[in-house]
Design a protein around this ligand. Structure first.
Ligand code: NOJ
Length: 529
């Protein structure tokens, strides 16, 4: 793979289609809405869009329950709209990555309807069916991510089927070669249409323990890096998943320059195995370290960067994420000033950044009443609705997300009057202006999109400092996560430096590197010369 492959040097932007832009006024975002906003995305300086699922779906998990892998749900548009999105994005040099939800289908997918129709149906073995326990109860103690047992009784055939998420999301049997072949064909269908890659959902969960043995009780002390802080041997990170990883990579390599990104919530030593032997696996196994860390701050991030660098196999390309549609937004976790520092971190660390829509504005989690809560995971006490509220385009009705008389599928957060594209677009110090500036600098400086990375110890806990370098191009990144201002000497790294960007967007020109004045919660990018 070429050193400067697009998925290495580029920046990926995740769109949750329901919440981005609603063109037809039904309160739900759609493909036409995204097409209408492509100039905005191009002006951000984004290289690729990852779309959360747009397939036909009963929407029990808002598209992560797929009832047809080779079409578009009418709420989002049509295949023709998708083709137009693809072509209009490509005209702007923006790639399109789509979500591949392959651990489970919808219970309304024809494959499952056939499978449940009788014990002898040829597709029975495409899903995971078990007899009831001797007492008539569930086959084992596994609990679903959305709460309750992973088992649902099918009255018609008298067996239980497995669902790791919602009961309307039956798990496919990935030990069945026909299932594998069917999904690899789905990949080819979309690759042939021109998509540039897949974000693979729940990749580490595909293979289940063959004996369906009970999981041990959760430990009282939870670790970091996992979905809940501990590993369930019954269905997490089974070694056979690696065969699927290799096969998927082979399917991608039948085409030019396609990328596979894997959703994998595992500790680093397990996560990096998904790069595959000789890097013949997933191009970018998602590194969720910044999302799952217990305490946001310079010390934890320093530790994470060191551990990640140590764990990465030779030649493996890193990646970083601050948030997604399943996690609280960074501005809610780090605050307004902290969220600016976080953006500078994300966009300057070595590796591919994946940004979540709205974070460029500093959007916070919306506050959702019980009556308006729609996420099925709310049943397990972990609603994700707050991170999924509609994009803030303007200070107008519904923040410009939909037409004035429509009812947005989730309420628009009240902060939209100040935090929105229209207002921030013309404010040179806004969060949005910072985001665009960082992307521009990242593109202009080889040190930032391809360079090496060296963390510098400056003896202050609240600072994270690193140097990015590519040939003569050297950039110093200084991130103050602390609430105090102070002077600091950086003569150990260079004698001369000029400001490229401050997170407060108010500094330019040469600085005295022997006595640099750093403000509280300020990030600074300096070019060294
Ligand atoms: C991970 C997705 O990101 C999440 O939104 C979804 O609910 C589960 N996988 C199930 O598909």
């Amino acid at each position: 793979m070429a050193e400067g492959a697009w998925w290495k040097t580029g920046v990926i932007y995740q769109i949750y289609p329901r919440s981005f832009s609603d063109a037809n006024g039904d309160g739900v975002g759609d493909l036409r809405g995204i097409i209408n906003r492509l100039d905005y995305i191009a002006a951000l300086g984004i290289d690729a869009i990852w779309l959360s699922p747009i397939y036909p779906s009963p929407m029990a998990d808002f598209g992560y329950d797929v009832s047809n892998y080779v079409d578009i749900d009418p709420v989002f548009g049509t295949l023709e709209d998708f083709d137009e999105l693809l072509s209009q994005a490509h005209q702007r040099d923006i790639r399109i990555i789509i979500d591949l939800v392959l651990n489970h289908t919808s219970d309304e997918h024809p494959w499952f309807l056939e499978s449940r129709s009788s014990r002898s149906n040829p597709k029975r073995d495409w899903f995971l069916w078990r007899d009831p326990a001797p007492d008539g109860g569930v086959p084992n103690n596994w609990t679903a991510f959305f709460g309750g047992s992973t088992w649902e009784l099918d009255e018609g055939t008298g067996q239980f089927y497995l669902h790791l998420c919602h009961r309307k999301q039956p798990d496919l049997n990935w030990r069945n070669p026909e299932v594998r072949a069917a999904i690899y064909d789905v990949m080819r269908f979309w690759f042939d249409r021109g998509v540039d890659g897949f974000r693979i959902d729940a990749l580490w969960l595909l293979i289940k323990d063959e004996d369906f043995a009970n999981n041990p009780e959760p430990p009282s002390q939870h670790g970091e890096g996992f979905i809940d802080g501990y590993l369930r041997p019954g269905f997490e990170d089974h070694p056979e998943v690696q065969d699927i990883v290799s096969a998927m990579r082979m399917a991608a390599d039948e085409y030019q320059e396609r990328v596979l990104i894997g959703e994998i919530y595992l500790p680093l030593n397990r996560l990096v195995r998904y790069y595959g032997e000789d890097l013949a696996g997933i191009h970018l196994p998602f590194n969720f370290g910044l999302v799952t860390m217990a305490e946001w701050g310079a010390s934890s991030i320093r530790r994470l960067v060191a551990a990640y660098e140590a764990a990465l196999p030779e030649g493996a390309w890193p990646n970083w994420v601050l948030g997604n549609h399943d996690q609280p937004r960074i501005a809610s976790r780090a605050g307004e000033a902290g969220s600016r520092v976080a953006q500078m971190l994300l966009l300057t660390l070595q590796g591919t950044p994946v940004c979540y829509f709205g974070d460029e504005l500093g959007m916070r989690d919306g506050v959702i009443s019980d009556e308006r809560t729609v996420d099925p995971q709310a049943a397990a006490g972990r609603s994700r609705d707050g991170a999924r509220t509609p994009m803030h385009w303007s200070p107008g009705p519904h923040a410009g997300f939909t037409t004035p008389d429509a009812v947005p599928w989730l309420p628009v957060d009240s902060s939209y009057r100040n935090i929105n594209v229209e207002v921030q677009d013309v404010d040179p110090r806004s969060h949005l202006s910072l985001f665009r500036r960082l992307l521009r600098l990242r593109r202009d400086h080889p040190a930032l999109h391809l360079g090496s990375q060296k963390v510098v110890d400056v003896g202050r806990d609240e600072l994270l400092v690193f140097v990015r370098q590519r040939s003569e191009d050297r950039v110093l990144v200084i991130l103050n996560f602390g609430g105090t201002a102070f002077d600091i000497d950086f003569l150990q790294v260079s004698e001369k430096a000029r400001v490229l960007c401050s997170t407060l967007m108010d500094r330019h020109g040469d600085v005295d590197i022997g006595s640099l004045q750093l403000r509280s919660n300020e990030g600074l990018l300096l070019v060294l010369y």
